[in-house]
Design a protein around this ligand. Sequence first.
Ligand code: Q46
Ligand code: ZN
Ligand code: ZN
Length: 306
Amino acid sequence: MRTRTRCKLCGKKAVVTLPYANTRLCKEHFKEYFTRRIERTIRRYRMVSPGERILVTVSGGKDSVALLDVLSILSEKLGFKIHGLTLDLGIKGYSSEYVRVAEEVYGRLGVEYTILSLKETYGFTIDEVAGIKRRVCAYCGLVKRYVFNRYAWENGFDAIATGHNMDDLLGNALFAIMRGDLEALMKIKPVIPGREALVKRIRPLAFTREKDIKLYICLKKLPVVRTTCPYAVGATSGVFKSKINELEDRFPSIKYSFARTLYDKMQIQMEESDYQLRKCKICGMPSKSQICGFCRLRAELGKISL
Ligand code: Q46
Ligand code: ZN
Ligand code: ZN
């Protein structure tokens, strides 16, 4: 929410009112506040330790670009190293666009990075997946999780940082609660610890609102991809996300209390260790079944035989 009144900290013109924090801030103080909030989340959940190497996945969207920017600022202060990874999914008219944006952001922030082509590395594209599957995004998600994890594991990274923001996580949580999907609910937390060949996953934006990310991107004039993925359709969890936003208009701190309840207080009994992790007999990566979902997909695309 924008306002013409004054920053509570310095008296300059305020660019934002944050009802949940009961404050109004100018440009500079908002940027500081935004970064500090992420730093607090990282410290609170002990996401990284000094000397660790963090792989930051950058899709060119606002969340991952803001995340990379803030981590590049905090890396020196907190003593960790970052490396960007952008996966070229081979989606016609879209992938080339976000790869270009990601390279621009890496260049501007001076962050080392890798662009990985799904086609060159694994022999297929998401366009090919779309030719045989209806729920493209579900398979695209599976592919991204697999490729990011494998890249991080094979290159010795200590953690994978992703740009999931608080609104997305809460929307997904509410959706999971409504349909009684405890397995999905169990994964909605700021840190998913690593085990064996599964690399630790961290979500430093777990307490950051989508609205604040948009404002940060705008104030810092960071480039973000403007093209929409042709397979993007309104996710059901988006409906839950907007309901939570409606609630926030009436109860400004509701999202924070929900996030705290979800991340800290809800005793989700089903721990990750409750299920047996095996090795996929094709690729050797961790899997819940004999053959992992990624290898099954490759077989369906005719890229490997089982
Ligand atoms: S890239 Fe992939 Fe998204 Fe496109 S196919 Fe769906 S999941 S919408 S973030
Ligand atoms: Zn100020
Ligand atoms: Zn496999």
